[in-house]
Write a protein that binds this ligand. Structure first.
Ligand code: SF4
Ligand code: SF4
Length: 263
């Protein structure tokens, strides 16, 4: 090729990376420019490495753009990569894990002051709704405490959606149940918080949103509203519509998790 042809070819390939993707490889080429708003540079870099490996695997397995974009948009990628990050953390568990006070029936962390209950993805919202729908109309956690998650059993205080509980519930941990009790009533005791891997999950979802700009929406939902809709007998579509966050919520969740630092 002469130099003019080289320049034209380079310009074409740059244009393709910048234009609308048509393959997973095109999406992968966009990743370096994607940002995880609110997550901070370190978490963004970790999330980018994880998402790069995820997309490389998708390319190797011949996933279509529609399949890969669907997994990213619904948050299946964020959940899986958040699990990978948590598993890595558990290889050398921090003190918050080895000295955790958490036990079944201890549910002060399921008293959801503020009403939102935390940020979850569409995959998690659908799964939680499906798990709780069969319990519609039964007594629920609000019979124990007015701000408790409806997924709770009001007698035993066990989570009735344990296998389907979202990442935020799997990530919350405490070395001091009494601090959790005080905080559930508006206190500010230390000892409880989210595992560091939670920020990775959020950052992957935020990166996915930026990556899919112009291709697909990447929503988030209020966990408490999903549980409430399911237990109150709303169908899944109505509940998801009512629980969908404003776009800003994901950035705020990333910023809060980054500020808290993780355990
Ligand atoms: S986070 Fe707190 S309230 Fe929740 S199970 Fe652990 S110790 Fe109990
Ligand atoms: S889904 Fe389960 S673990 Fe999560 S807040 Fe509700 S009752 Fe607690």
């Amino acid at each position: 090729m002469n130099s003019r042809t080289d320049r034209r070819a380079a310009g074409k390939s740059q244009g393709k990376a910048k234009g609308r993707p048509t393959t997973v490889a095109d999406l992968r080429a966009r990743l370096d420019r994607a940002r995880a708003a609110g997550a901070g540079k370190d978490a963004e870099a970790r999330a980018r490495r994880m998402l790069a490996a995820y997309l490389d695997t998708a390319v190797a397995h011949g996933l279509s753009l529609q399949q890969a974009a669907g997994e990213l948009a619904r948050g299946q990628a964020a959940v899986r990569l958040g699990d990978v990050s948590r598993d890595a953390l558990m290889q050398n568990p921090p003190r918050a894990v080895t000295e955790a006070a958490c036990a079944e029936g201890c549910a002060f962390c399921c008293i959801l002051q503020g009403g939102d209950g935390g940020t979850i993805t569409e995959a998690e919202a659908s799964r939680l709704h499906d798990a709780l729908s069969p319990l519609a109309g039964q007594p629920d956690g609000r019979g124990w405490h007015p701000a408790a998650c409806p997924a709770l059993d009001p007698e035993t205080r066990a989570c009735r959606a344990y296998e389907a509980r979202p990442t935020i519930c799997r990530s919350f941990i405490s070395t001091d149940a009494e601090a959790c009790r005080v905080n559930a009533e508006g206190g500010a005791e230390t000892g409880a918080g989210l595992l560091g891997s939670h920020l990775d999950y959020l950052a992957v979802h935020a990166l996915s949103r930026d990556l899919l700009k112009g291709l697909a929406r990447v929503p988030t939902y209020a966990m408490a509203r999903i549980a409430q809709g399911a237990i109150d007998g709303e169908d899944r579509a109505t509940t998801l519509d009512a629980a969908r966050h404003k776009p800003r919520a994901l950035e705020d969740a990333c910023r809060d998790a980054a500020k808290a630092g993780g355990r």
